[in-house]
Design a protein around this ligand. Structure first.
Ligand SMILES: [Zn+2]
Length: 283
């Protein structure tokens, strides 16, 4: 099993370091941390960021509200498809896509991989179909996934994993990859755990947004990302509870589990540098 860390989207909201904690200019740098996993069952993509169709026709697919707020950079080089081709693979090699959730910045590339089965929590697809309220209608963009041919939906429950519920035995996927429900940001939000020879990796999606929210007993977050998390949450109690559990996990099992979230550029660079620098596209 070989894992590539891919950045499949760049967002540059106004606010600089008030968002990302490091930018010196007026705008911040947020990324879309995705994984490409080479397995015996073909390629598995974990989240997709923005896709080719988003790049070609953003106005027809995405919400102007989020396009303006996040100042999304639409460039083909960031798409998972472009990066997968650069690694020497074909789009038909991607057999499975596992999603943390269905927000516009995670599901945009689904239709670039027509052979792939898409795995997601049942409660997430239900929430995306119901689409109630302003934020819900702007975050979920059915045009990004209405042509997906094969879905697999899952419910929480199963053998625990470090005290978390785990959804194991995802259909057609190797047993080393499974879902960890982490509701709060959305109703069906989940992390994705992968067992590697070097230990566990946990893609925590949008369960937290800033590197200093975990790995420290004294967490803090930038004002910009704190506000964004408030704006996007559907269940504050669940979100904060799950974030606190992830923090406890990062402190108590730092040698066994390495966590990362979707949008922190510094965190992404740390992981990407440790793996294959050639597959890094941090813009
Ligand atoms: Zn996101």
């Amino acid at each position: 099993m070989r894992i590539h860390h891919l950045n499949c989207g760049c967002m540059c909201p106004i606010g600089g370091a008030l968002f990302d904690g490091f930018s010196r200019g007026l705008t911040a740098c947020l990324i879309c941390h995705c994984l490409l996993v080479e397995t015996n069952q073909g390629l598995v993509l974990i989240d997709t960021g923005f896709g080719e169709r988003d790049v070609k026709a953003p106005l027809s697919r995405l919400s102007p509200f989020f396009m303006n707020l996040n100042r999304i950079k639409f460039e083909q080089k960031y798409t998972a498809l472009a990066q997968i081709k650069q690694l020497g693979f074909d789009k038909s090699d991607v057999r499975h896509i596992v999603l943390t959730h269905l927000d516009f910045d995670h599901a945009g590339g689904l239709e670039d991989f027509p052979e792939a089965t898409v795995h997601v929590m049942q409660s997430e697809i239900d929430a995306a179909h119901k689409c109630r309220g302003f934020i819900s209608s702007q975050r979920y963009r059915p045009l990004q996934w209405d042509e997906v041919k094969q879905w697999k939906y899952y419910s929480p429950g199963g053998e625990p994993w470090f005290g978390f519920e785990a959804v194991r035995d995802l259909e057609g996927l190797p047993p080393e990859i499974f879902l960890i429900p982490l509701a709060g940001h959305t109703h069906g939000h989940a992390g994705i755990a992968i067992e590697t020879p070097e230990g566990w990796l946990l893609h925590a999606g949008d369960a937290y947004f800033y590197r200093h929210e975990i790995n420290t007993p004294k967490p803090h977050c930038t004002p910009g990302l704190r506000a964004y998390q408030w704006l996007m949450e559907v269940d504050r109690k669940a979100r904060l509870y799950n974030q606190q559990r992830l923090r406890a996990l990062s402190l108590s099992h730092s040698n066994d589990v390495r966590l990362f979230c979707s949008h922190d550029a510094i965190e992404f660079k740390t992981f990407a540098d440790q793996n294959q620098p050639s597959s890094v596209t941090l813009g």
